[in-house]
Design a protein around this ligand. Structure first.
Ligand code: ADP
Ligand code: MG
Length: 676
C-alpha cells in the first residue's frame, strides 16, 4: 500500500534512473503522480476474434504470438509477428521498435490492441501479457492517455500509474468523515483510481465530480480564510469621504450605477480594513472612470495609487484617457523597461502599467491598487507577501459577467459592485442571427456599411485558426480558411467603390507579424480583420463597428456578449452578426435569445442554467479556467460544496484537502500583496 506522501523510490517498478526522470519533472511522490491526470482515454475495451476483425475498428484480441522477427527495409527497422487465436491469424507490424518482439519468445497468451489496416495487417499495436484476473493496463479497457513526460515511455508511465492507483490508500479522506452525507459519491481514493483506470465512461464522470467537489470545498474555504485574514489585517489608510455635494468635474454625469459603485468603493476605503472589491461591468460601462475618481480621492490624501493592466497597450490607453478626464492628476506610465528606473517622488501619483509595477510596490506603497483584468477575472486566491508597511485597498475591474450566485458562494472574500447601466446615448449593439442562405449577402452588406460610415472596421471571429480534420469539427470556422474565402469573395466587389482591405491575425503568427497587423489596424489601413477570440481580446479599436462571429454556437452566451462588447466603443451604432452551420432548434433558440438580450449578467446566468450548453467563460483567459476538475456551470455541485464548506468551518475549521496542493498549484498566486 502507498500513501499520498510515499516517495517514488518506494514504488514498485521505479528504479533509480526512472526516479531521477520523474524528479526532474517535479514528480516526487505518489500524490504528484496521481495528479498527473489523463488527458483523455482510448477505448480499447471492445474484444473480438480474429475472424471478426473489421478494418479501422479499434479492438482488443487475445492469442498466441508466433514467428516474431526483425528485419530492415532501407534504414528502417521493422518488426513483424503473427497473432493466432481459435478463429484465425493476423499479421502484426511495428517500426523501429526492436524490443517489442523480445518478449514474444515464450508461448504465452497476449492481448493485442489495434486497428486492422487496409492491407490486412495491424500496424503498431499495443501488446500486453494476458492476465488471468483481467486487470489489464494497456489493452482491453478504457486506457488513459497522459501528456508525455520527457524520456519516459508512455507504456512505462501507464504501468507505474496503474501500480500506484491500485495500491494507494488515503486515510485522510476527510470529506467522507465530515459528517455530511456523501454516500452518493465514491471515496477519494476510489475516485483517483477510476480517474486513471476507469471501469466505464460513467465512472470517469462520477470520479471527476467527487474530485471537483473536493476542489470547490477547498476553494470556498480558502476564500473564507482569506476573508478572515483580510479582516484582521486592519492596516490600510482610511481615506476620508469627499463632501456629499462635491461635483466630479468630469465632462459627463455619472450613471446611477456608477454613482452607486463609487459610493460603495469610497465607503470601503473609508475604513482601515483594506477593501477587496470587484467592480463588474460591461466593456464601456464606465469602470475606468470610476476607478479614476476613486484614485483621485486617494491622491488627495498624499498617497499614490496604481493601476495594473494586462497589456502595455491598455496601460497606454488608460494613461491617455484618464489624463484627459483628470488633467489635474499626476499620472505616470510605467513600462517593463522603465519600471526599474522610475524615481518615486513624494508628489501623489497614479502609476499605470503592466505587472511590472508590482516589482516597485514597496517603493510606491500605494493607498489603492487597481487591477484592470479586462476579460480576465483573476480567481483572487493570490496572496504573496510584499514587504509593505501597510495594506493597499484593492479594486479589481472586470468585464467577466460572473454570476452573483457564484460570487456569493465561492468568492465570499470579495465584495461586489456592479455597473449594470451604460452611459446615456450609448446605443446597444444591434445583433442578428443570420440564416445561412444570407451569409454571402451579409458579407457584401458589411463591405457596403464600411464604406458608408467612415471611420469603420469589422472584426470576423472564428473559433479555430486552421480547419480541423476531425469529423466532429470540420464545420467549425477557421480564420485562415475564411480569410482566403473572403479574399475571393471581395475580389469581385458588388459595386466598384466597395473594395475592402482584409487582414488576418492569429496566435500562431510571429510576434513581429502580429505587431505589424496591429499597427495597420490602429492606423485604419485595414477594413476587415479575420481573427480568433484569443487574439482579439484586448484590442481596443474605437472605429470597430461590426463584429461577425462564425460558428457562434460554440460560444457561451456570456462569451458572445464579451465579443460583442468590442464594437461600438466610440458610441457609434454597432452591429453583431452571428453565423451558425447548426440547424438544431436549441441552438437557434439560444442564439436568438442572445440577440434579444443586452444584459451580460443575465446572459451569464442563462449559461449557468443551461449546464453544458457552453462554458460561461468560454475561450477567454482568466483565473477561473484554472480549475482542475470543477466546472463553474455545475451549480448543483457548487451549492453542495458550499454546504459542505459551511459545515466544515463549524466542525473542522482547519480542514485541508489531502489534494490541496493540486488546487493551489494551478492558481496565480502572486498578485495580491499582503503587508506582513
Ligand atoms: P470601461 O472601463 O468600463 O470599459 P470606461 O470607463 O473606459 O469604461 O468608459 C468608456 C467611455 O465612456 C470612456 O470614453 C469614458 O470617458 C466614457 N464614460 C464613462 N462614464 C460615462 C458617463 N457616465 N457618461 C458618458 N460617458 C461616460
Ligand atoms: Mg476598460
Amino acid at each position: 500500500m502507498y500513501r499520498l506522501s510515499t516517495p517514488l523510490e518506494r514504488v514498485k517498478g521505479i528504479g533509480e534512473a526512472l526516479n531521477a526522470k520523474f524528479t526532474e519533472y517535479g514528480i516526487k511522490n505518489v500524490k504528484d503522480l496521481l495528479l498527473h491526470t489523463p488527458l483523455r482515454y482510448e477505448d480499447r475495451s471492445a474484444r473480438t476474434q480474429i475472424a471478426d476483425l473489421k478494418p479501422g475498428e479499434l479492438v482488443t484480441l487475445t492469442g498466441k504470438i508466433i514467428k516474431p522477427h526483425n528485419f530492415y527495409r532501407g534504414r528502417r527497422s521493422i518488426q513483424s509477428a503473427t497473432l493466432v487465436d481459435e478463429s484465425g491469424k493476423v499479421k502484426l507490424m511495428w517500426f523501429n521498435n526492436p524490443h517489442v518482439i523480445d518478449r514474444f519468445t515464450v508461448a504465452a497468451d497476449f492481448l493485442v490492441s489495434g486497428k486492422l489496416g487496409d492491407r490486412g495487417t495491424i500496424v503498431q499495436p499495443t501488446v500486453e501479457s494476458f492476465k488471468q484476473d483481467g486487470n489489464t493496463i494497456h489493452t482491453g479497457r478504457l486506457v488513459p492517455v497522459y501528456s508525455a513526460i520527457p524520456d519516459i515511455p508512455a507504456g512505462t508511465l501507464r504501468k507505474i500509474l496503474k501500480e500506484v492507483a491500485d495500491h494507494v490508500t488515503i486515510d485522510e479522506d476527510s470529506l467522507a468523515n465530515s459528517g455530511v452525507d456523501l454516500s452518493h459519491f465514491s471515496s477519494l481514493e476510489e475516485s483517483l483510481r477510476q480517474l486513471h483506470f476507469p471501469e466505464s465512461e460513467t465512472k470517469i464522470t462520477t470520479s471527476r465530480e467527487r474530485l471537483a467537489l473536493e476542489e470547490l470545498v477547498q476553494l470556498i474555504l480558502h476564500s473564507l480564510a482569506l476573508k478572515e485574514q483580510w479582516r484582521s489585517l486592519n492596516k490600510a489608510v482610511a481615506v476620508p469621504l469627499p463632501p456629499k455635494n462635491l461635483t466630479t468635474g468630469l465632462p459627463f454625469e455619472l450613471t446611477g450605477a456608477q454613482q452607486r459603485s463609487l459610493g460603495e468603493i469610497l465607503a470601503d476605503m473609508n475604513k482601515t480594513v483594506p477593501m477587496n472589491r470587484l467592480l463588474l461591468g460591461d466593456v464601456g460601462s464606465g469602470k475606468t472612470a470610476v476607478a479614476g475618481l476613486a484614485s483621485r480621492e486617494v491622491l488627495k490624501q498624499n498617497l499614490h495609487a496604481c493601476l495594473v493592466t494586462p497589456t502595455q497597450i491598455l496601460a497606454e490607453q488608460h494613461a491617455k484617457s484618464l489624463q484627459l478626464l483628470f488633467p489635474e492628476l499626476k499620472i505616470e506610465l510605467m513600462t517593463a523597461q522603465t519600471a526599474k528606473k522610475v524615481v518615486i517622488s513624494n508628489t501623489p501619483t497614479l502609476f499605470i502599467g503592466t505587472h511590472a509595477i508590482l516589482s516597485r510596490l514597496s517603493d510606491i506603497e500605494p493607498g489603492l491598487l487597481i487591477y484592470d483584468e479586462q476579460h480576465r477575472f483573476g480567481v483572487q486566491q493570490r496572496s504573496a507577501t510584499f514587504p509593505l508597511k501597510r495594506q493597499p485597498h484593492l479594486l479589481t475591474l472586470t468585464a467577466t459577467p460572473i454570476p452573483r450566485t457564484l460570487l456569493l458562494t465561492i468568492f465570499s472574500h470579495l465584495s461586489l459592485s456592479v455597473i449594470d447601466e451604460l452611459p446615456p446615448g450609448r446605443k446597444p449593439v444591434k445583433s442578428w442571427l443570420v440564416p445561412n442562405k444570407k451569409r454571402v449577402e451579409a458579407y457584401h452588406w458589411i463591405a457596403k456599411e464600411l464604406h458608408q460610415h467612415k471611420p469603420a472596421q469589422a472584426l470576423v471571429i472564428c473559433p479555430f485558426i486552421d480547419t480541423s480534420k476531425a469529423a466532429a469539427f470540420e464545420n467549425v470556422a477557421a480564420a485562415k480558411t475564411l480569410y482566403d474565402e473572403l479574399r475571393k469573395l471581395y475580389a469581385k466587389p458588388k459595386q466598384k467603390d466597395q473594395k475592402v482591405t482584409l487582414a488576418l491575425l492569429h496566435g500562431r503568427m510571429s510576434k513581429k507579424e502580429q505587431q505589424a497587423v496591429t499597427t495597420e489596424l490602429f492606423a485604419q489601413q485595414i477594413d476587415i480583420l479575420v481573427t480568433t477570440p484569443i487574439v482579439e481580446v484586448g484590442l481596443d479599436l474605437p472605429a470597430a463597428d461590426i463584429i461577425v462571429i462564425e460558428t457562434a454556437e460554440r460560444f457561451g452566451l456570456a462569451s458572445l456578449h464579451q465579443l460583442r462588447g468590442r464594437v461600438g466603443r466610440a458610441g457609434q451604432q454597432a452591429y453583431c452578426l452571428l453565423f451558425t452551420p447548426s440547424t438544431a432548434e436549441n441552438v437557434t433558440e439560444r442564439l436568438t435569445k442572445f440577440c434579444e438580450t443586452t444584459n451580460g449578467l443575465e446572459l451569464a446566468e442563462q449559461d449557468l442554467q443551461r449546464r453544458g450548453a457552453g462554458d460561461i467563460f468560454g475561450t477567454q483567459q482568466h483565473g477561473l479556467d484554472q480549475l482542475v476538475f470543477a466546472n463553474w456551470t455545475n451549480l448543483e455541485l457548487v451549492t453542495q460544496a458550499k454546504r459542505l464548506a459551511d459545515h466544515l468551518i463549524q466542525t473542522k475549521p482547519s480542514w485541508q484537502s489531502p489534494l490541496a496542493e493540486l488546487f493551489s498549484a494551478h492558481r496565480n498566486d502572486e498578485q495580491i500583496p499582503l503587508a506582513n
